[in-house]
Design a protein around this ligand. Structure first.
Ligand SMILES: [Zn+2]
Length: 379
């Protein structure tokens, strides 16, 4: 029978160091943690036995006994990422370094009643003794403590959807249930480790979709309910299409092809305009949209005073759009904040997929504050 065994504080610190520094010897871990060489040896031994770490070929440098570098083992264990989307569920397998193993799978779900069943079937099919954790993401509000989704655009019914059968299907493998913006934040956090302990506002922008997540000291802002920080529903006194929240003037309705078309009657999509524009002045509709967007981003930064504002979008590939956007945001930041907020662009296509959900399980393995820690069984 498999024994459930959680990762203790020392082991987690070692995992986090090796995620950040790629390779360290036992002696270097002793120097960085202050734990005795004997203790480090015991902790490392357990992590190797459980398939989380491995030894590399020693570097031969000078006389004396060579130091054996340790690293995260990319071959033995894996995590699952499951993303609940309107009409389907996506599944991905990732190794412990975040590399995809095989292709992402997609299973169509005819109705939200069948959603839980479909997720259970996927888990049963792809879970195994080497599965270290499962990241489960969904739009909307979730309750990880009581295992349900409160409300979400993917659900037909209004009431909460109970996910208990999913936890039963996962057995002793931990499920990290989060909003999909938090999954994106987990991925940013682990791939930008140098900035990871800062307060960060991430804003994801797509055509007609604008989501946000806030990290405080590298941990998701919990608030009164687990969900995204709904910057997309910041409202302006301007006529837009009706938003699914029931109002007009939401920022995510402004940052959309229908809004641009309403302004100038042209049929080009938002992406086509961003790709082709040389100067914002040449596309007054896009310029107007960009000003509203900059105001929304600057308001969020003025309110949160983050160290870093990260704009996550494929639109950031195009400097003739992103440069003026950043300038407009800076112009709207308060004098006491403008020199302190770093504005970064992250060209990360797509948020809501199984691969990104898998990073939730990795964040729980390498960082504090990301739900409970996955518990790899003894081997
Ligand atoms: Zn809205």
């Amino acid at each position: 029978m498999r024994m459930k065994q959680s990762i203790n504080v020392n082991e987690k610190e070692i995992l986090r160091l090796l995620w950040r520094h790629k390779a360290l010897s036992r002696w270097e871990i002793h120097e960085r943690t202050g734990n005795t060489p004997n203790q480090v040896g015991l902790d490392v031994g357990r992590l190797i036995k459980r398939g989380l770490l491995r030894e590399r070929i020693p570097d031969i440098a000078g006389p004396g006994r060579p130091r054996v570098p340790l690293e995260i083992d990319p071959l033995r264990r894996y995590v699952l990422g499951l993303a609940i989307r309107p009409g389907h569920v996506e599944l991905a397998r990732l190794n412990l370094r975040g590399d995809m193993l095989g292709r992402q799978l997609q299973v169509d779900v005819a109705s939200s009643d069948r959603l839980v069943l479909a997720v259970c079937e996927l888990i049963r099919k792809h879970i195994g003794p080497d599965c270290t954790g499962i990241g489960l993401s969904t739009p909307g509000f979730v309750d990880p403590d009581h295992h349900h989704i409160f409300s979400s655009s993917v659900l037909a019914s209004q009431g909460p959807v109970k996910l208990v059968p999913i936890y039963v299907a996962a057995g002793e493998v931990a499920i990290i249930l989060e909003n999909d913006m938090h999954a994106l934040a987990a991925r940013w956090l682990l791939t930008h480790e140098a900035e990871a302990d800062e307060d960060t506002v991430l804003v994801f922008i797509e055509d007609g979709e604008l989501g946000s997540a806030v990290l405080i000291n590298g941990q998701p802002n919990r608030g009164c309910v687990v969900g995204a920080n709904d910057l997309g529903h910041t409202r302006f006194l301007i006529k837009t299409e009706l938003c699914h929240c029931g109002h007009h003037g939401c920022l995510e309705r402004i940052c959309s092809t229908p809004f641009l078309k309403k302004l100038d009657g042209k049929n080009h999509s938002l992406l086509e305009r961003v790709v082709s524009v040389r100067q914002l002045a040449a596309d007054p509709a896009l310029r107007k949209m960009t000003r509203y967007l900059a105001t929304g981003l600057a308001n969020a930064a003025n309110f949160m005073r983050p160290n870093r504002l990260v704009v996550v979008s494929q639109f950031t590939r195009y400097p003739s759009f992103s440069d003026p956007l950043v300038r407009l945001v800076r112009r709207r930041l308060l004098a006491g904040i403008v020199d302190r907020v770093q504005i970064d662009l992250w060209d990360q296509p797509g948020t809501n997929n199984g691969e990104t959900a898998g990073w939730l399980a990795l964040a729980a393995l390498y960082r504090d504050g990301w739900n409970r820690v996955p518990s790899p069984p003894e081997q």
